[in-house]
Design a protein around this ligand. Structure first.
Ligand code: PLP
Length: 391
């Protein structure tokens, strides 16, 4: 089987993890956690707090922003559900927004929603129908692409909204143009969230981090993630904290992965280019481009299927490819249509639906070989053509 996305442990992972175990530092104390934070801080030019998952990073960001029961948060409908659930954890309500052709949240639709569905009193943006305050936007940088942060930050400034960047899929992606030239995903809004889950560009098994440009904010997140201990010896707690700190064993693996991050990004870029070349002119679909003038980590590759040529259910193609030994996956079901969120507001969802019915993600591990990519494309041609000829 050529897998969709598997971790790559070609570096010092085993050495550092054994070292952590050998030293007996396996929980949330230990030098690797601070080292991982230092490496992330240096890489992103921001303050980084290591935690247990991308989900916990998003939870703490929203909690620290004071988002609470009765508030609304604008979120993408085309994303993994973990980007949205933390809104519910803090008692607030998500409002589902469409994507643009980058698959990231569409700033023009956000703007339109704020203008037509809300009223701004100079301090608060109030959703007219429900009377609830819209407090923040969660931006997901989908598959390593970058959302249109200039427009999003302008809207946030205009309506006094906080911005949390879910950069879980985009570690290392950065703008090469405009106002945010040189800025890495997750360092533009109030907070950024990273994930180091097994399929991400680097992994710690499970893990994540919060990024912030503001040292005090980052330190407060660290305090919250370690049970809000005001005095570590006498158990004094002045706030309600979480047990969300990354462990030393996870961080040991993470430090080794950070050493390889740029190499992984380079391989992801090269492999993306190979797919582009092999699929040029294919009539059954095309590889979705990343935004121009950015350095993307190209974490995931998306084939947009031509539904006129290939009208069968996407599952058919995925199953046929699987029988041929190629693991692919569909893009997510829209979150606004999932059972827990069906009663929430979804605003003019068009492109998200279009892409969710057309995209399959292709094998993209950093250790995939050129031969395996060629094999994948050959099998895709076979499976997608067979289905086409069946019609
Ligand atoms: C967009 C997005 N947000 C959040 C998460 C959650 O990260 P984690 O699995 O580390 O909790 C993921 C990935 O799993 C993701 O893809």
């Amino acid at each position: 089987m050529i897998p969709l996305s598997v971790p790559n442990f070609e570096g010092n992972e085993l050495k550092y993890a054994s070292d952590a175990v050998g030293q007996g530092w396996v929980s949330t104390g230990g030098a690797y956690v601070s080292r991982m934070e230092d490496m992330l801080s240096e890489y992103t030019s921001s303050y980084a707090v290591a935690c247990q998952s991308g989900t916990s990073a998003l939870h703490m960001a929203l909690y620290d922003l004071g988002i609470k029961y009765g508030d609304m948060v604008l979120v993408p409908t085309l994303t993994f559900i973990a980007a949205v659930n933390p809104v519910t954890y803090v008692g607030a309500e998500p409002v589902f927004m469409d994507c643009d052709d980058s698959l990231c949240i569409d700033p023009d639709k956000i703007d339109e929603f704020c203008m037509t569905e809300c009223k701004y009193d100079g301090q608060n943006l109030v959703h007219t129908k429900s009377g609830k305050k819209v407090k923040a936007i969660i931006v997901v940088h989908v598959f390593g692409n970058l959302a249109d942060m200039e427009k999003i930050m302008d809207i946030a400034d205009r309506y006094n909204l906080s911005v949390v960047e879910d950069a879980t899929e985009a570690l290392g992606s950065r703008f090469e143009y405009g106002r945010y030239k040189g800025r890495i995903a997750g360092t533009i809004g109030d907070y950024g969230a990273l994930s180091f889950n097994g399929n991400k560009i680097i992994t710690t098994g499970g893990g994540g981090a919060v990024l912030s440009k503001d040292k005090d904010r980052a330190m407060h997140i660290k305090y919250l993630s370690t049970q809000a201990k005001d005095d570590p010896h006498f158990y004094i707690h002045n706030e309600i904290g979480f047990n969300y700190r990354m462990t030393n064993v996870q961080a040991a693996i993470g430090c080794a992965q950070m050493e390889e991050l740029e190499e992984f990004i380079s391989r992801k870029n090269k492999n993306h280019q190979i797919y582009l070349e092999l699929l040029e002119g294919a009539d059954f679909g095309y590889i979705l481009p990343f935004r121009d003038n950015i350095r993307s980590n190209k974490w995931f590759y998306s084939l947009v299927i031509n539904r006129v040529k290939c009208p069968l259910d996407i599952k058919t193609y995925i199953d046929d490819l699987s029988k041929e030994g190629i693991e692919t996956r569909p893009i997510w079901g829209l979150i606004g249509e999932q059972k827990p969120y069906q009663k929430c507001v979804s605003y003019k969802i068009e492109k998200a639906k279009y892409y969710s019915e057309r995209i399959i993600n292709l094998p993209c591990s950093t250790n995939i070989t050129k031969d395996q990519i060629e094999e994948t494309v050959g099998k895709m041609k076979k499976c997608l053509k067979i289905a086409e000829n069946c019609q």
